[in-house]
Design a protein around this ligand. Structure first.
Ligand code: PLP
Length: 374
C-alpha cells in the first residue's frame, strides 16, 4: 500500500524534538498567546517577506478575518474560483458577502486572469486568488487589475507556503496572505492552525483584536470578534517543523519532476504545467487522465492512494445553490473536475514507490480503456 500522504514518516524525523518542545510548553503553564506564538509570527513574516504575521486558529479564520479587517461584508462581491476547497468561499459567506466565480486556466488550475475583469461590478471589493496545489496564481496580472479597479487582494496560500513567483513568496503580493497549518498541509500542525500575513499595521492591529474577542486590551471590547488563537503547543510544534519547510518543499519538487519523467512517454497522463518563473511547492501532484473514476477505483484496489481534489466544483455545491450559478457556467472548471486525480506526494516518498505508482496508473488506464472497448 502506498498512501497519498504518510505523516508518520515525517514524525520519525522530527518526533524527538517535537516531544521535547511540547513537554516544555506543558510544564511552562503558558498555553495561549505565549512566546512560541510571537516567535512563529516573527519567523514566518520574515520568511514570507512581509512586515507582519498574525497566528490564528485555522486557514479558514485567516480568510474570514482578512475579510473582516478589510470591512468586506453585506452587499459586497468577492471574486474567486470554484476550483478550490470550500473554505475559500465559506469565509466570504461568513461575512455576508457574495462569492463571484471566475473560471480557471486549464493548465494551472488557478483563476483565469483574463476573465477577471468581466466579473467586476460596482459591488466588487476584493479578489481571492487561490494558489492551488502549491502553484502560484498569476499575481502580476491580478495585482495590476486590482490596482486599476481599486480592489483588495487576499491570497489563499493555504496549499502553498514557500511557493514563489519571480523570486517573491506567495502571501507577500496581496493586501493579505492566508495560510493553513492543517496537519496535511506542507507545513502542518498536529491539530488545527492558521496564520495571516500583511504589510499593513492597521490590518494587523484589527486582526489581533478580532482573534481575541474584538478587543486589543483585555476585557475592553470594541466590536464582535471571535476566539481564534493558535495554541502554544501547536506554535511550538510548528516552529520545529518550520525549520524544515524549504528542505521538504524541495523534496516535493524533486518528486514531482520524477513523476513527470515517469509519465513522459504516456500520452494519456497529462502532467502538471508550471507558470514561468515559479517555484511550485506541490502540495498535490495532480494529473489529468481518461476514465478517471474507473481508474481511481482500480488504483485503490491496487493499493495506490489517490484522491480527487475536488469532486464537485463550488458553484455546484448545495451551499451555493442560492447564487443561481448553473451547470455549464464554468466549463473549464467543470471539465477539469472530471479529469483530475492527485497521486501520492510527500517529501519522504521514495523513488521506488513513485515508480510503482506510475506503473500502476499507466496499467490501470490501459485496462480501463480495454474494458470500455470490449
Ligand atoms: C486547507 C485550505 C483552507 C482552510 O484551511 P483550514 O486550516 O483547514 O481552515 C482554505 N483554502 C484552501 C485552498 C485550503 O486548501
Amino acid at each position: 500500500m502506498i498512501p497519498i500522504l504518510d505523516l508518520k514518516r515525517q514524525y520519525n524525523q522530527i518526533g524527538k524534538e517535537v516531544e521535547k518542545e511540547v513537554v516544555e510548553v506543558l510544564r511552562s503553564g503558558s498555553y495561549i498567546l505565549g512566546k512560541h506564538n510571537k516567535e512563529l509570527e516573527t519567523e514566518i513574516a520574515q520568511y514570507i517577506g512581509v512586515k507582519h504575521a498574525v497566528a490564528l486558529n485555522s486557514g479558514t479564520d485567516a480568510l474570514h478575518l482578512a475579510l473582516r479587517a478589510l470591512d468586506i461584508g453585506e452587499g459586497d462581491e468577492v471574486i474567486t474560483t470554484a476550483f478550490t476547497f470550500v473554505a475559500t468561499t465559506e469565509a466570504i459567506g461568513i461575512v455576508g458577502a457574495k462569492p463571484v466565480f471566475v473560471d480557471i486556466d486549464s493548465d494551472t488550475f488557478n483563476i483565469a486572469v483574463e476573465k477577471i475583469e468581466n466579473a467586476i461590478t460596482p459591488k466588487t471589493k476584493a479578489i481571492i486568488p487561490v494558489h492551488l496545489y502549491g502553484q502560484p496564481a498569476d499575481m502580476k496580472v491580478i495585482m495590476d487589475i486590482a490596482k486599476r479597479y481599486d480592489l483588495f487582494v487576499i491570497e489563499d496560500c493555504c496549499q502553498a507556503i514557500g511557493a514563489k513567483l519571480d523570486g517573491k513568496m506567495v502571501g507577500s503580493f496581496g493586501d493579505v496572505g492566508c495560510f493553513s497549518f492543517f496537519p496535511t498541509k506542507n507545513l502542518g500542525a498536529m491539530g488545527d492552525g492558521g496564520l495571516l500575513t500583511t504589510n499593513s499595521q492597521a490590518i494587523k492591529d484589527r486582526v489581533i483584536a478580532l482573534r481575541n474577542h474584538g478587543g486589543a486590551v483585555r476585557y475592553y471590547h470594541d466590536e464582535i470578534g471571535v476566539n481564534s488563537r493558535l495554541d502554544e503547543v501547536q506554535a511550538a510544534i510548528l516552529r520545529v517543523k518550520f525549520k524544515h519547510i524549504d528542505e521538504w518543499n524541495k523534496k516535493r519538487r524533486t518528486n514531482a519532476y520524477r513523476y513527470n519523467e515517469l509519465f513522459a512517454n504516456c500520452a494519456d497522463v497529462q502532467t502538471p504545467q508550471e507558470l514561468d518563473k515559479t517555484d511550485c511547492v506541490y502540495h498535490q501532484y495532480t494529473v489529468k487522465i481518461p476514465n478517471r473514476d474507473e481508474v481511481h477505483k482500480m488504483l485503490q484496489e491496487a493499493g495506490v492512494g489517490a484522491m480527487i481534489y475536488y469532486p464537485v466544483p463550488l458553484h455546484l455545491q448545495k451551499v451555493h445553490e442560492y447564487l443561481g450559478v448553473k451547470e455549464g457556467a464554468l466549463p473549464i472548471t467543470e471539465e477539469n473536475t472530471k479529469l483530475v486525480i492527485s497521486l501520492p506526494m510527500f517529501p519522504e516518498l521514495t523513488a521506488e514507490e513513485q515508480k510503482t505508482v506510475a506503473d500502476t496508473l499507466i496499467s490501470c488506464i490501459k485496462k480501463s480503456k480495454n474494458k470500455i472497448n470490449a
